[in-house]
Every structure is written in C-alpha cells, then in structure tokens.
Ligand binder design. Sequence first.
Ligand SMILES: [Zn+2]
Length: 271
Amino acid sequence: RRPAGGAAQRGAQRVRARLAGLDLHQVADFAEAEPGEAAVSQRGECHPGRHFMVERIYRRLSSSSNISVPPNAGLDDWCFDIFELNEASDNHAMKFVGYELLHKYDLINKFKINTNVLENFLYKLEEGYSKWANPYHNLVHGADVAQTCHFIMSSSKLVNWLTDLEIFATIVAALVHDYEHTGTTNSFHVNTGSDLALLYNDKGVLENYHVSAVFRLLREEDYNILTGLSREEYKEFRALVIDMVPQYGHEPLTFSQQIKNMKQLLSMPEK
Ligand SMILES: [Zn+2]
C-alpha cells in the first residue's frame, strides 16, 4: 500500500471512521463485567507524586531531544490529534506516545525499565519507521495505532482483564507493528522475489520482518527494555508480540480483530 501525499492523514481518518462504525455492544460485554482492578484513569490518581515525576521526565526528555510537549498530551481522547503532537514534538510522536503510554499503565516502574534505554529504544523505532521515507507506514502511523489501541483497551475496560505483561506486550506490539516497513506490500515482495520474501518463504513477509527486526534490536544492551522481565515473562511477552503484530498488520487496525484477539488472549468463549 503506497498512497500519494497527505495519505497518512487520510489513512488515520479511515481507521477512525472504521472503528467508529463498528459494533460497540461487544465492548459493552466487557465493560459491564466485574473488573479485576481499578480503571486506568483511576490508577494515575492513586499516585500524587506522579505528576511531578512526569514533568521531571518530560523536562529530561526535552533537554536531551528538544521536545517540548505538555505532559497532558490528550492520549485518552478519541479526538486525539497525532499530527498535532508530531508537529509539536518536532517529529517525535512515537517517542512521546510510547513513553506516555508505558508510563500511564505504570509499566516503566513495574518492569523496571531504564528510562535512558527506553528513550534509546523509542528513538531507534522512530529511525526504523523513517528508514524508507514511507508516506503511510511511518512513525506517526505507529504512534497513532498505539494510541488507538490504548483508547480501545481503556475505554472498553478490556484493560481490567489483562495482566500488566499483556498490556505491556499490546502497547509494544502496536508501536513496533510496522517497524522498518519498506513501503511496498507483501505481494510486491513475493512477486519480485525480494530478500525478505526469500528469507520468510513468502509467508507474512513484512509482519515476520517487523517482529524479527525488533527482537534483534532488543537483544542489544542499549535498546533492551526487557531486562526487568523474568525468563518466563520474556517468553510470554515474545509470544504475545509475535502473535499480535500480524493482527495489526497491513490492514489498518480493525476493532473486531482486536476484540477477537483480546478474547483469544483471555480464553473467553465467543458469545
Ligand atoms: Zn500499520
């Protein structure tokens, strides 16, 4: 898929329009169920010192990368404008969305993620998304999908049914799901017999590549945000990301896909 200029904006609008048209009753089933723990928005309020901490970290990020975005970036809103954030952050939307989401769910703390390493990792993701000057599958798209994913998880309260590790994997999978996208389709790779098509035997070429490239990156000390995970947690995290990335793949994120995915994840029977 390689639409012409302005396509990124149209693409995002299409995702939103599509999501808006989907059956929200499915979500209500989850929303009405007994929650396992407090909703996301309430979690934040439990920690009075957090706001200060966020500001401090933002300041640190700002000083190291010239980013100046207010701590309240509006990520919980349906109308969140990823293009505005990208402009305000001087083309670092992914860094901010990634950081903010992991922080919002308290995952940086829970999985003992070194913030310098996290910043390196997010920076590297941005670099990867920018590698092929891709007009649609760029860092704005990756950040947008992660924010949409967060919106669905939190507004539907699906999040209450997920473990911290599952939330962590879901956010990371969304962020990385088009990492180093070549701007060409799987069919193009297969039909031209590209190196990637040969490497992955024509099967889920790009999806395999995105995941593989990210786990290679995570193997490097400077970018490994998973050092706080136990061996078992790492195995589960990896399996989840491998499972989820193709779900976000070439078709823009669809809601029913997500619900199906989550249900599978929770081993809940379909109604
Ligand atoms: Zn995508």
